[in-house]
Every structure is written in structure tokens, then in C-alpha cells.
Write a protein that binds this ligand. Sequence first.
Ligand code: G6P
Ligand code: ZN
Length: 553
Amino acid sequence: MIAKASGDESVTIETRATTPYDDQKPGTSGLRKKVPHFQQENYVENFVQAIFDVAPKEPSKTLIIGGDGRYFNREVVGRVVAMAAANDCERIVIGQGGILSTPAASNLIRKRNAFGGIILSASHNPGGPNEDFGIKFNTSNGGPAPENITNAIYERTKQISEYRIDPEVKADIDTIGETDLGHLVIEVIDPVADYAALMEELFDFDKIRNLFSSGFTMAFDAMHAVTGPYAHEILEKRLGAKEGTVRNGTPKEDFGGHHPDPNLVHAKALYDTMMKSDGPDFGAASDGDGDRNLIIGKGIYVAPSDSLAVLAANATHAKAYTDGLKGVARSMPTSAAADRVAEKLGLPHYETPTGWKFFGNLLDEGYVTICGEESAGTGADHVREKDGLWAVLLWLAILASRQQSVREIVEQHWLEFGRNYFARHDFEEIDKSVAETFMSDLRAMLPQLGGKTAEGFQVQSATDFAYKDPIDGSITEHQGIRIRFEDGSRVVFRLSGTGTVGATLRVYLERFEPGSEGLDRDVAEMLEPLIEAVDALVGYRRAIGRMEPDVIT
Ligand code: G6P
Ligand code: ZN
């Protein structure tokens, strides 16, 4: 399966000269660019060599490699393997076909005590020859590399003058098996098996199987992305959901021409199915690399911030969490719904900057069990990435245990904890300098905003969010501007860290309704006055020259 003969000790490492690029700074989640950008000479090699130069090879010299199967995935897997062979790796573990969902890769890093993993994905962004690609390095805890490492990788890319490769090492990534090259063992594994086994440890599969055999129906949209094979195996094969439960279950390099982004825009077909009175009982979707989730009940969409809160409040229904949670964390722009649950249960809760990597220390130190973000990510301490199918299985475990519909569970939740009406407005592809000017003008305006009133909303505080990690003390600044109002409403302004074209301004809107009245209002109607108020105060629509957002989630 490898061009070199098995046991061949001859090493044919080449050191090749290269010149640096100045734009290889990893964003919220690794290095993301358009495919043609990655296809520039040595663009991939420089970044991968920088990872090898910076990453400590501890606790072992094992590296995990896999990606979401998008266009260019196979090509880059081949290059990473040949470079790993020349960079002091002793074992490489690759998902068959170059496939590994992000949570599955995180699990393998931990299970195999690897020093890290190289994950090839641009998450929910579209794929294809002119679309997006990404390279991300995860460290030995299984999580995205923290900022000190991503900054060191970036610094290295600015100085790089050579990279190492063993061009003779060519793995046949389609055939499961192990090849021993003497200095290096290459293992191609089933990408699903270890992950499915982990899920069986966390959840009572018999109980969920009984739910399905009692006639419960589900639609899971894999969006032609990486979760197809995982969902077929776990939902249909192991849990007995009927065939056809998994839709768009064959991964495609271009995701069938769609954005593999599980939201109401890109998973509209699933949404429409779920709104039918004779539709399935439960609907869910995941993104390109399998770490995000979308949850829809019959006739009811569950916003990610609400889903996090419901999962936290009900986690004890699932086998892994019967003893309760250690704590809950959410990213700052995520609604405070989960805080209300934590407060009621007497659990510690944390507010971190956007980006899963900020949960890593909290999970490693056992401060929290469950984390979540408004950007459709929920996860727990079983891996160090958010995990789409895990969230779906936790919902199924709760549904199986409570024997109620999604609507009943969510409505009872609001009655008990109140409802945080929430939406995110995205203004995409704004001119970068226009967006940056708006943010710095807004920052300058903050000291004058306190106490001001517009449209009946009075500003309580206006701050630029900075985070001090409670474990390592590191400080991360400028993570979003928060404007809080006296009635508990909040608006956050933040520039996306994952886009590949221009800048995306995200405006996060939240209003709290304690109940027991006013829990079933229309979200957009509820938030409209808040939009008018904040626009009157900071004039964001005029500043960016846009009246309407491109996407509302
Ligand atoms: C990635 C990260 C998430 C984060 C999201 C936000 O998906 O894994 O943790 O919430 O990006 O992206 P943004 O575009 O808002 O920076
Ligand atoms: Zn993703």
C-alpha cells in the first residue's frame, strides 16, 4: 500500500528551498483560504512545515491525519503524509479515504496519545475548485491549538526557508491496514469505528433503539458532508432508525454545490420537512466537518443557544452525565439561556471568546462538562471539539427518557427558566476597511454610550470584551463589543474570524422574557425594537452601508 517496500529502512528525505508567504495567520479555526490560494507554490508545504517546526512531539510521535473530504482533501493528505515522514513522526494514523470528522479526529488524538492532528477542513464553508479549504492543527489534548501555538506557527511561516519531505512515501489511503516502513508506521483506519464506540460508551443505545422501534421518526441531513457515513452507521445501523433517515449521506467534494452549513438558510429543505404536520418527530443536520449541529422538532426550530440550555438542564437523562455536570461554558455572543440553567442547578458557568479552543483549558481542568456556542456548536468533555452527532444523540437520549416531544421539552424549559429571544444578523463581504473602521469608531464611542437611551432602551454598559483564562491567566482582548441595556437586553458587534472574502460583521441580538407570559412571540418581531434602538445609538447600518443582513440565524 506504500510505494516503498515494507520494512525498507532507506529514507529519502529531501530538504527543499521555499520562500515565505505573509498571510498564513490562522483565524478562529485554522488557516482558511480559497483552494486556488492554497494551490500556490509551496503554500501548503510552508504551513505544514511550520506546524512540524513548532509542535512539540509529546507525548508520542504519532500524528492523526484526516479531513472532511472536500475538494483538495486527498491531495493535501498525500503531501502531509510525505512531509510527516520527513519530520520525525513515527506513526501516522489516517482515516480511510482521507476522511475524519473533526470530533472523530479529536477522539483519535486522545485515544492514540498522539502529539496532535492535522485536520483538513473549512467547516461549513462551500467546497470545490474555487471554493474554500482549510488546514488546522490540533494539539495532544485533541483540541484546536491554543493561541500561543497558532501565533508561533504564524511567526514561523514568515521566516520559513525550507521544508522537508520524503517524496517516496505515498500512502494508499483507500485501503485499511498498517504498513511498517521501519522508521515510520502508516495506519489507514475505518474513520467511523472508534467514534461510534465512544458514542456507545456515552449513551444508552438500547434506550434510544427502543425509542425508534416504538415508531419515533427522524430526518438527519448530512448535507453531502462528512457525517454521512457516521450517521448511517450510528443512527440507522446501530440505533435502528429506518433506512432513509439519513439524507444527503454520501460525502461529495463540492457538497453537492451547497454550503454544508446547518442553518435555516442552507438546511431549508430539512426545515420545510420538519414544519409539515405529518413530518418526522425529530430533525437534525451537521456541517462539512461534523462538529456543528442543527436541531428542529416537529414544527419548532431550536436555536443553538436554547439547545445548549436544554441539553445542560437535561443532561442527567443520558448515561454519561447521570451524576450531573461539573459546569457549563458558552461563548460570549451566545445567549445567557445556559447561565440561567447553571444558576438554578448551582453550577459554575463561564463566558469565553468565540472559538472552541477557549473551552480547552476549562474542559482539561474539569471546570466544565458541557460547552456551546450560538454558531451551532455544542460539545462536552469526551473530546476537545464541538460534536454534531454527539449533540443529536444527547437530544435523542433525552427524548427517549422524557417521552415528550421536542416542542413540549422546549416550551417547558422556557416556562421554567424564561426565554432568551436571540438572533444573529450577518452582513457579509463588507469592504474590510469599512468594517474595521466601524469597529474602531464604535470602540471609541463606548465611554459615551453608558446611560444613553434610544427607543425606550437605556444603555447599562458598553464594553469591549476581553477574556482572562482562569487556568493559564492568558488574556485575549477585543473579542466583541457588548452593549447591555437596563431591561436585560444585549447587542454584540463582532467581526467574523472565519471568512475568506472581505469582512463579515455579526450583530448578535438578545432580549429576555422571564415568563410566564410572552414566551411564544415571534423572534424577529421581538428583536425589531432592539435593532432600531441600537442603530439609533451607534448607526451601524449607515456606517456599513447596508440596511438588511445577508443571513439571519
Ligand atoms: C468556528 C469555530 C467556532 C466558532 C466559529 C465562529 O466554527 O470552530 O468555535 O464559533 O468558527 O466563527 P466566526 O466566523 O464567527 O469567527
Ligand atoms: Zn465545522
